[in-house]
Design a protein around this ligand. Structure first.
Ligand code: IDP
Ligand code: MG
Length: 137
């Protein structure tokens, strides 16, 4: 069954939106198979966001994602990657469709509440960064 990585980002943690976001995703029929709270360090943030190294927003992105503890989750379900991307909405909450997580819980293009893997291949890479085999149920 397909799996994807979700991160509840610092802005959503600060706004006490974690539970509501997890609930939305469960409401799409996705099964929670791994979850942990952690404070990402610069090394993990750099590995997680390695495709963005060198972009103008990269330094700020690393500062932001390491600014507070976050929640990392593996969701499982048919087409999980796409289901989550659709539920999240566009990167910029201002451009996200009504009813999406980023529209309802995000603040701006950086502080956009949630991360979701963008492909099955990214999901496989990202899940390994956050979870060992025996932490996934
Ligand atoms: P995604 O999260 O929708 O996949 P990406 O383009 O992969 O979007 O960007 C990763 C994260 O980097 C975004 O979720 C957001 O937090 C941040 N980000 C992306 N583009 C910008 C930007 O133009 N300015 C500031 N932050 C950005
Ligand atoms: Mg992305």
């Amino acid at each position: 069954m397909e799996r994807s990585l979700v991160l509840i980002k610092p802005d959503a943690m600060e706004k006490r939106s974690a539970g509501a976001i997890i609930s939305r995703l469960e409401g799409r029929g996705l099964k929670l198979v791994a979850i942990k709270m952690l404070h990402m360090d610069k090394a993990l943030a750099t590995r997680h966001y390695d495709i963005h190294i060198g972009k103008p927003f990269f330094t700020d992105l690393v500062k932001y994602i390491t600014s507070t503890p976050i929640i990392a989750i593996v969701f499982e379900g048919e087409g999980a990657v796409e289901v989550i991307r659709k539920a999240m909405g566009a990167t910029d909450p201002a451009k996200a469709e009504p009813g999406t997580i980023r529209k309802d819980f995000g603040s701006d293009i950086q502080h956009n509440a949630v991360h979701g893997s963008d492909s099955v291949k990214s999901a496989q890479k990202e899940i390994k960064l956050f979870f060992t085999q025996d932490e996934i149920f």
